[in-house]
Design a protein around this ligand. Structure first.
Ligand code: HEM
Length: 357
C-alpha cells in the first residue's frame, strides 16, 4: 500500500494492483523536458504538463514524494472533491504529512458539517459587505503609499499586507496585529520550501499567536454572533463545550488558509494585468467586469495546484486501481478545459500567454 511520505524519504513503487500500468507519468518537481526545474508553479512548461496529463493520464502516477496518484480531469476532480465517502480529507498534502488537525479542512462529515455550521455565519454576505469598506480603505491606503514611493515591490507593498489586514479585521484582532502576522509570514521566506519547517511554523508560531487571542477572548468575550473565537468558545457539541485546542485550530486554519492564497492570487492578478494593458483598459472602462475577471484570475492562476485526498476504499478509475489509504491529489489549474467566463473571454483568448489563453 502507498503511504504519504516526506520528500526524499524514498521512492515508492507502483502498487501490485498496478501491474498493468508500469510507467511513472510525471514528476511534479520537474518543469522542463530535460528534467530541470523551470520557472515554478506558473511556468508554461508546468501548464503544458498538466494539459498532457489530462489528455494521456487521467489518473497519473508519480513516484515522487513517497508516491501518489493525481486526478487530472475536471469531471473527476470535481466529483472526488465532494465525494467525502470515497475520498477522505484529513491527511494533508503529501509533502506536508505532519500538518494535521486544522479545523475544518482536515475533518470529514459529520464532524466537518458541525464546524462548518459554526463557521458559516462569520462569512455570511452581510458580514462581508460590512467588512468591504474597511478592506477597500486598506487597499487604497497601500496603493497610495505605493504611488507616493514611486516604485515598490507589489508583493511586499500590497499583496501581503492587504490580506493580513483583512484577516485581522475578520478575526477582530487588536490594532496592529496585522503587522505581527506579516512579520510571521515573512519568516516563511527565510524557511523557503522546507516542509518540516513550514509545518512547524504553521502549527507552532500561528497556534501560539492564536492561543494568546483565544485566552483574551476567554477573559473578555466579544459578541459571539460577530466574533469567531467568542462564538466558537460559546458553542457546545453534544452538550460539551468545544475545547480550547479546537478553537485554536480554527484560528490556525484561518490564518494558514486565508493569507498565502489571497496574497498569491493578488500578485498573479497584478502580474497578468501588468502584462496586458488592453485588459487593464477594458476593466478600467467597465468596472462591472471586475467580479468575472477576478474569478478568471483565480481559475487561470490558482494559488493552490493540488488538493489532497485519501481513498477510504479501493477506487477503480480510468483503468487504474487506487488502493485504500493511498495518496491522491486533485489537480486544480485548468486554463483551457472548462468554459471561460463569457464577458472577459474575448480579450483573453486573443492573447498568446504562457497558459495558452
Ligand atoms: C484566492 C483565495 C483562496 C483560494 C483560491 C482558496 C482555495 C481553497 C480550496 C481549494 C479549498 C478546499 C480545500 C479542500 O477541499 O481540501 C479551501 C478551503 C478552505 N479555505 Fe480557502 N481559499 C482562498 C481564500 C481563503 C480565505 C481568505 C480564507 C479565510 C479567511 C479561507 C479559508 C478556508 C477554509 C476555512 C477552508 C476549509 C473549508 C472546509 O473544510 O469546509 N480560504 N480554500
Amino acid at each position: 500500500m502507498l503511504r504519504a511520505g516526506k520528500p526524499g524519504e524514498g521512492r515508492a513503487t507502483m502498487p501490485e494492483q498496478h501491474s498493468s500500468i508500469n510507467s511513472v507519468d510525471w514528476d511534479p518537481e520537474q518543469d522542463r523536458a530535460d528534467g530541470t526545474r523551470g520557472d515554478g508553479l506558473r511556468s508554461a512548461e508546468r501548464f503544458a504538463e498538466y494539459a498532457r496529463l489530462r489528455e494521456q493520464a487521467p489518473v497519473a502516477w508519480s513516484d515522487q514524494l513517497g508516491g501518489f496518484f493525481t486526478l487530472t480531469r475536471y469531471a473527476d476532480v470535481t466529483a472526488a472533491a465532494v465525494d467525502t465517502k470515497r475520498f477522505r480529507s484529513g491527511r494533508p498534502f503529501i509533502a506536508m504529512p505532519d500538518l494535521v488537525g486544522q479545523i475544518p479542512i482536515s475533518l470529514n462529515p459529520p464532524e466537518h458539517r458541525f464546524f462548518r455550521r459554526l463557521l458559516n455565519p462569520f462569512f455570511r454576505p452581510e458580514r462581508m459587505r460590512d467588512l468591504e469598506p474597511l478592506i477597500r480603505a486598506f487597499a487604497v491606503e497601500h496603493v497610495e503609499a505605493l504611488i507616493e514611493a514611486g516604485e515598490s515591490d507589489a508583493m511586499t507593498a500590497f499583496c501581503r499586507p492587504l490580506p493580513a489586514r483583512a484577516l485581522a479585521t475578520l478575526l477582530n484582532l487588536p490594532e496592529g496585529a496585522w503587522q505581527d502576522l506579516l512579520a510571521q509570514f515573512r519568516r516563511f521566506d527565510a524557511v523557503g520550501w522546507k516542509p518540516e519547517q513550514v509545518n512547524n511554523m504553521i502549527l507552532g508560531v500561528f497556534s501560539e499567536h492564536i492561543a494568546t487571542v483565544v485566552a483574551q477572548r476567554m477573559a473578555e468575550p466579544l459578541d459571539p454572533d460577530d466574533d469567531m473565537f467568542s462564538g466558537a468558545l460559546a458553542t457546545e457539541i453534544d452538550g460539551e463545550e468545544i475545547t480550547v485546542e479546537q478553537v485554536i485550530m480554527i484560528g490556525v486554519q484561518m490564518i494558514a488558509a486565508g493569507h498565502a492564497t489571497t496574497a498569491d492570487s493578488l500578485s498573479s492578478a497584478i502580474h497578468r494585468l501588468a502584462e496586458d494593458p488592453d485588459l487593464q483598459s477594458r476593466l478600467r472602462a467597465d468596472l462591472t467586469l471586475l467580479p468575472d475577471a477576478i474569478e478568471e484570475f483565480i481559475r487561470i492562476d490558482p494559488p493552490l495546484h493540488e488538493l489532497s485526498r485519501t481513498p477510504a476504499d479501493v477506487v477503480d478509475l480510468h483503468g487504474r486501481t487506487l488502493p485504500d489509504g493511498s495518496a491522491v491529489s486533485l489537480n486544480l489549474p485548468r486554463p483551457t478545459e472548462i468554459p471561460r467566463c463569457s464577458t472577459v473571454r474575448t480579450t483573453w483568448t486573443s492573447r498568446a500567454t504562457p497558459t495558452g489563453i
